[in-house]
Write a protein that binds this ligand. Structure first.
Ligand code: PSU
Ligand code: MN
Length: 321
């Protein structure tokens, strides 16, 4: 059960459309905003954010893009907010879990990472969230300890995150190991192989394969009935026609990581740096692929949310814990 928002007046604001949909038991899909502020260049970031909301609507669900705007944690933002985030008007930061209270306290504005978006979604009572890629264990983590807070969030916040796997700027086997340690189910949608973001396969298997959105809805509902409390990672491969050549990608990623090392980029700046560098090194092809897979994930997210709403309309087993 989500926290009563009445206790959070002035701190958390759920948009009217989202609130009404949730109250009526209709399908809602959360969307993140670090992808807008730090994941894509302008204007593609704005176009993608708008397109993704439209895809969710076409799928029969209400989109809830989440961000921190002027000291308010907003679940379901307005078009003007989307513009501000996309233009990165002064002082727009990237907020992961540890940043939330500080950014709210100073009245700041931030794109929310997967971890933070999960927290916002859960506060509002949203259980499905679609994004591009999740953060994970960075290559070289045995030296740097750079492991995204997204992974520990998946361990403790009951939101299902639809992604296209993890891109190989990360160490995919270590990322899967950490997810296993934390008890996070990794569900392959129509795939046995954990997808690698720009590529459909990584060479590493998923824990469980499912064929339909309804199957995923059932897994979520059962996890809730058992009071499991953890999140869930749904891995949805990039559409065949949009996938990039794995060898080309591997070379470019190696180059981007060398460039980050040479430039001394680390910590929270690393993922945005690598994404920008991949864009340059692939002459924009990484961005085209990124946009395609986010849309694909939004469509699946909507289908899962709709299936979950239908399931709950016919049964009455929603967790009350
Ligand atoms: N991967 C992408 N695009 C992104 C991100 C990851 O392909 O925009 C963002 C997400 O918001 C993710 C965050 O939650 O980067 C992870 O950052 P870090 O590794 O610093 O935790
Ligand atoms: Mn990190």
């Amino acid at each position: 059960m989500s926290v009563a928002l009445d206790n959070l007046a002035g701190l958390v604001a759920v948009g009217a459309e989202v609130r009404e949909a949730l109250a009526a038991g209709r399908a809602v899909v959360a969307l993140e905003s670090t992808i807008i502020t730090h994941g894509m260049p302008y204007p593609e970031n704005l176009e993608t954010a708008q397109a993704v909301e439209a895809v969710v609507r076409q799928g029969g669900a209400v989109p809830a893009t989440i961000a921190i705007m002027d000291g308010v944690f907003r679940v379901g933002i307005e078009a003007v907010d989307l513009d501000r985030l996309a233009n990165r008007s002064s002082g727009v930061v990237k907020a992961s879990r540890r940043d939330i209270a500080s950014v709210l306290a100073r009245g700041g504005t931030a794109g929310t990472t997967v971890a933070t978006t999960m927290i916002g979604a859960h506060l509002a009572g949203i259980r499905i969230f679609a994004t591009g890629g999740v953060g994970g264990v960075h290559r070289g983590a045995e030296q740097t300890f750079d492991i995204s807070a997204d992974l520990s969030e998946l361990a403790k916040t009951p939101v299902a995150v639809v992604c296209a796997g993890a891109k190989s700027i990360l160490d995919i086997p270590k990322t899967l190991e950490v997810l296993e340690t934390h008890g996070v189910p990794v569900i392959g949608y129509q795939t046995n192989d954990f997808p690698a973001f720009y590529a459909r396969v990584s060479g590493y298997p998923v824990d469980h394969r499912v064929e339909s959105a309804a199957d995923i809805a059932r897994i979520i509902a059962i996890g809730e009935r058992l009071g499991m409390r953890n999140g869930l990672l749904v891995a949805n491969p990039i559409p065949e026609t949009d996938a990039l050549d794995a060898t080309l990608i591997e070379e470019r990623i190696a180059q981007a990581i060398r460039d980050a090392d040479a430039a001394g980029v680390s910590r929270k700046d690393l993922t945005p740096f690598l994404l920008q560098r991949m864009y340059e090194l692939t002459e924009g092809r990484s961005l085209t692929a990124n946009i395609a897979l986010v849309r694909n994930n939004a469509a699946l997210g909507a289908a899962i949310a709709v299936a979950l709403a239908e399931l709950e309309a016919t049964t009455s087993h929603r967790a009350t814990a």
